[in-house]
Design a protein around this ligand. Structure first.
Ligand SMILES: C[S@@+](CC[C@H](N)C(=O)[O-])C[C@H]1O[C@@H](n2cnc3c(N)ncnc32)[C@H](O)[C@@H]1O
Length: 211
């Protein structure tokens, strides 16, 4: 988000989000990622990490619900969808979505996930960002630390051939993180979606076909 609220309100994605009832302009980043990589294909069980205020949950819910009837074709399918959102902060409820307020670094988090889904998930989304201190090096390191934790969680709970989308900052330790994630997925892409500000060093990694 831009630091200047006036500038933020002038932003075309902000206006579009208002019009289309998305809680945040970040919805368009996920929609663009999906347009490019089809990450919601056959995604029925979805975990969204760093979910507040909930625009990715709104997008995820829409696709998961559509998928129930879209993929009744004899290939991988589930008869219901399950979505869980987690954040340190509260999230205003989203219909049919389980929301928990928790730090994903808490070891008890994985148990919460397992007990809710009762098995592996199809897609892990993470738009989680650390609270920036303004010291770039330190912020990059802390973000990668958080991403490593999330990758560890993903490795435990994403099904074979499942997918993951994660926000990373391009900076120190980025290459190392990229390489560790590449080890877990047959296909990996990095992408700066439309809606991601040009002056931000965020980038999204998309892992597909989990090993
Ligand atoms: C950019 S916002 C996510 C926006 C969201 N994708 C949306 O579209 O509404 C990043 C969120 O990550 C959350 N976050 C950061 N570290 C976290 C952690 N350790 N556990 C859970 N959530 C975390 C922050 O509280 C923040 O709300």
């Amino acid at each position: 988000m831009t630091k200047n609220p006036k500038e933020h309100r002038k932003d075309p994605h902000y206006k579009q989000a208002k019009r289309e009832n998305y809680r945040a302009r970040s919805a368009y980043k996920l929609l663009d990622i999906n347009k490019r990589f089809n990450v919601f294909k056959r995604a029925f069980y979805i975990l969204d990490i760093g979910a507040t205020p909930g625009s990715w949950l709104q997008v995820a819910r829409k696709f998961a619900e559509e998928n129930i009837s879209l993929y009744k074709d004899g290939f991988y399918h589930r008869d219901n969808f399950k979505i869980m959102g987690v954040d340190l902060k509260s999230v205003t409820p989203v219909e049919d979505v389980k929301i928990i307020k928790m730090d994903v670094r808490n070891p008890a988090f994985l148990e919460e996930v397992r007990s809710f889904f009762g098995g592996k998930i199809d897609l892990l989304l993470s738009d989680a960002s650390i609270k920036k201190s303004g010291i770039k090096f330190q912020d990059d390191v802390n973000q990668i630390k958080l991403c490593n934790k999330i990758l560890e969680i993903g490795n435990e709970i994403i099904r074979n051939k499942g997918a993951m989308v994660i926000k990373v900052f391009q900076g120190s330790d980025f290459d190392e993180f990229y390489a560790s994630m590449k080890n877990k997925f047959r296909l990996m892409k990095s992408y700066k979606p439309k809606g991601s500000r040009k002056n931000s060093n965020e980038i999204y990694l998309i892992g597909m076909k989990k090993i």
